[in-house]
Design a protein. Structure first.
Length: 165
């Protein structure tokens, strides 16, 4: 490294040090952002005090409501606060037999009802539902079947039935 720096001209050295300081500056700004970003969502302010909700508790509420709707697997949520309104991104995995439109509509309506009417949030800007995977029950059966020894006669019979269809 020392040899490389000795071979550079003065103008090139300035750019190397400038680039290094830029990387350090961006890293420091990002760390400060992580430390100072809001971890609380303010619900109401009055003369008596403020009412706020932590993002973790809001995440737990969203997860429990998703289980009530019929989403069995763990979901991932990302909550963004901006100018008094929140945006929620929810990543879910659903069963292939579940109707995506019904699940997303029911989850969205339930969340808006609970967050606005019960908790008292002033505004929910967006609720984005992202389906990351359609799970099938057949994949579990296929995994179990692959572990057992395969009977060749059973395979031939199933192939013959498929050919007849």
């Amino acid at each position: 490294m020392k040899e490389i720096l000795q071979n550079l001209s003065t103008g090139q050295l300035k750019y190397v040090f400038l680039l290094g300081w830029c990387v350090v500056g961006i890293t420091v700004i990002y760390i400060l952002y992580l430390l100072w970003r809001p971890k609380w969502i303010f619900i109401s302010k009055s003369d008596e005090g403020t009412v706020s909700l932590s993002k973790d508790s809001l995440t737990k509420i969203i997860e429990s409501l998703a289980k009530d709707v019929g989403i069995k697997d763990k979901i991932r949520t990302k909550i963004k606060c901006c100018r008094g309104a929140i945006s929620i991104d929810i990543s879910i995995r659903i069963n292939r037999r579940q109707n995506l439109a019904d699940i997303s509509r029911l989850l969205r309506e339930t969340l808006q009802n609970v967050l606005i009417n019960n908790i008292g949030l002033a505004a929910v800007r967006k609720i984005n539902i992202i389906v990351t995977e359609f799970q099938s029950e057949g994949s579990v059966c296929r995994a179990l079947c692959q572990q057992e020894p395969v009977n060749q006669e059973v395979l031939n019979n199933s192939n013959n039935k498929m050919d007849n269809l």
